[in-house]
Ligand binder design. Structure first.
Ligand code: B12
Ligand code: SF4
Length: 417
């Protein structure tokens, strides 16, 4: 039952003195129902370090009350087995404890619920946040029926960015009054003031190349209809301060971090790409660090004057491009008219001339696609477009995307979870 009590209303001797927050980034099930796990993850989970940074900062600011000891435990299930009994023993060591299921995407939501159940059964407040909840609440008018499973399991949902509602959530955790839903979607975090993401060498060690993710900003100015980013993080480009990014990179370097995954969806559209590449180049010279950085960007990025060269000099070794299709009709259907089929080859060659490995995302399953057309497209890519690593995805209308909204309006159904 929700109350309006705040921590500061309590008599000092009844205030909790220790808080344990268990942060889990769930994996997902494969087609046979097994949890997908790897010895090492492809890259460290950015959202874990961002969410941990926000709660640790709230603790330092006194949002948990005075003299409260906060401990966090971070698990990325892609490379670590979640053992509820062991974790419950950890949670039991605190006056107050809660479980945060972080960065939960649509494909991970069923797994997140299964992880949550043993914890809610023991009475621990358990909250799920991330793109599935945010995208659904943002774009599906009648989203609640699809979340019946969460309601029945006693799991709370959080829609929006944690920076915008962390104090209220922590207060409710501390006072035992966690609500079924938090919706802060009408707010967007001012990232120039945002707490830094934490640096966790333990998590990095569980990823290939001991990678550290780095979030420079959020948002993308384009309109692709399969994408939920624009409807959750928005089309305005927000960014952290260059000084904060420099401090983060220095801290990564201090613990031996060299592999940096820049998780921004579209680095070339970040208003501070020049600052960031300059900082990385400067640290490379000053600290003698040979960065191995990965970026994501759009296919037009090679036309931004100086961008490719600045990335090369900053230590970018791999670029992911959202190529999506080699068919103009597919690109038009996806609202991705900014990608020009006839420019693709030159785009890829520009990156390769700079010595940067090109990974390109290609979507199959557009309305006009047929097996024969897809086979023809693959041949065309092999013969004409010199991508190093093509990654194929099946077009999927994720909640939060315009495709999903339109299909629902046309009579489709959001999958119950
Ligand atoms: C990097 C990335 C990846 C990386 C992950 C690497 C890593 N280890 O971090 C890789 C390449 C592996 C990946 C894979 C996939 N991804 Co991806 N990815 C992203 C990307 C670009 C950044 C994620 C991120 O860190 N964001 C920054 C965090 C801080 O933002 P956030 O998640 O919104 O978190 C905030 C709030 O949600 C909230 N919050 C989050 N968790 C919690 C928890 C609690 C308790 C609370 C209170 C609040 C809270 O606070 C946070 C801070 O404000 C996003 C797009 C984006 N810009 O977010 C796509 C995105 C998340 N991916 C997406 C998809 C579809 C996929 C794939 C399914 C692609 C595919 N077809 O294979 C796979 C799925 C992987 C899987 N295991 O199932 C979609 C998800 C859509 C959806 N509805 O699920 C996104 C949104 C991209 C898009 N175009 O729509 N991805
Ligand atoms: S360019 Fe990428 S991030 Fe931007 S809207 Fe399109 S798919 Fe989403």
């Amino acid at each position: 039952m929700a109350t309006s009590q705040t921590l500061h209303d309590r008599a000092p001797d009844t205030r909790p003195k220790s808080v344990g927050l268990l942060l889990i980034k769930p994996s997902r099930y494969d087609d046979d129902g097994y949890v997908i796990q790897w010895w090492r993850s492809y890259m460290q989970a950015n959202v874990l370090s961002v969410v941990a940074g926000v709660v640790v900062d709230a603790g330092k600011r006194g949002a948990l009350g005075p003299d409260v000891r906060l401990e966090t435990r971070l698990i990325d299930e892609i490379s670590e087995v979640v053992r509820p009994a062991k974790l419950e023993r950890w949670l039991a060591g605190f006056d107050v404890a809660a479980v945060l299921l972080v960065g939960v995407q649509t494909s991970q939501f069923p797994r997140a619920l299964d992880i949550a159940r043993p914890f809610t059964a023991k009475g621990y407040p358990t909250i799920i946040g991330g793109f599935h909840v945010s995208g659904s609440v943002a774009m599906v008018p009648d989203w609640a029926p699809a979340f019946r499973g969460a309601r029945e399991a006693g799991v709370s949902l959080y829609a929006g960015e944690l920076e915008c509602g962390v104090d209220a959530l922590l207060n409710d955790i501390m006072t035992g009054s966690v609500k079924p839903l938090y919706n802060v979607l009408s707010d967007r975090a001012d990232l120039t003031e945002a707490p830094p993401q934490i640096i966790d060498p333990g998590l990095a060690a569980r990823s290939v190349g001991r990678s550290y993710c780095m979030e420079i900003g959020r948002g993308c100015p384009f309109w692709c209809s399969f994408c939920s980013i624009i409807n959750v993080h928005g089309q305005a480009m927000r960014h952290r301060s260059p000084a904060a990014i420099e401090a983060y990179l220095r801290d990564c370097a201090a613990v031996g971090g060299r592999t940096i995954i820049i998780t921004d969806d579209n680095f070339s559209r970040s208003p501070i790409w020049r600052d960031i590449t300059e900082i990385m180049g400067r640290l490379h010279r000053e600290l003698k660090i040979d960065w191995d950085a990965l970026i994501q960007t759009d296919a037009l990025a090679t036309r931004v004057p100086g961008f490719v060269e600045a990335c090369r000099d900053a230590g970018v070794k791999r670029v992911i491009i959202g190529m999506e299709s080699v068919r103009a009709d597919n690109l038009a259907a996806a609202g991705k008219g900014q990608n020009k089929v006839h420019q693709m080859r030159d785009t890829i060659l520009a990156w390769k001339r700079a010595g940067i490995v090109v990974l390109a995302g290609i979507i199959v399953g557009f309305p006009n696609d047929t097996p024969d057309r897809i086979a023809e497209d693959i041949r065309h890519i092999q013969e004409v477009i010199p991508i190093d690593i093509p990654e194929f995805f099946v077009l999927t209308p994720h909640p939060g995307s315009e495709d999903h909204r339109r299909l629902l309006a046309e009579g489709g159904r959001s999958t119950p979870t």
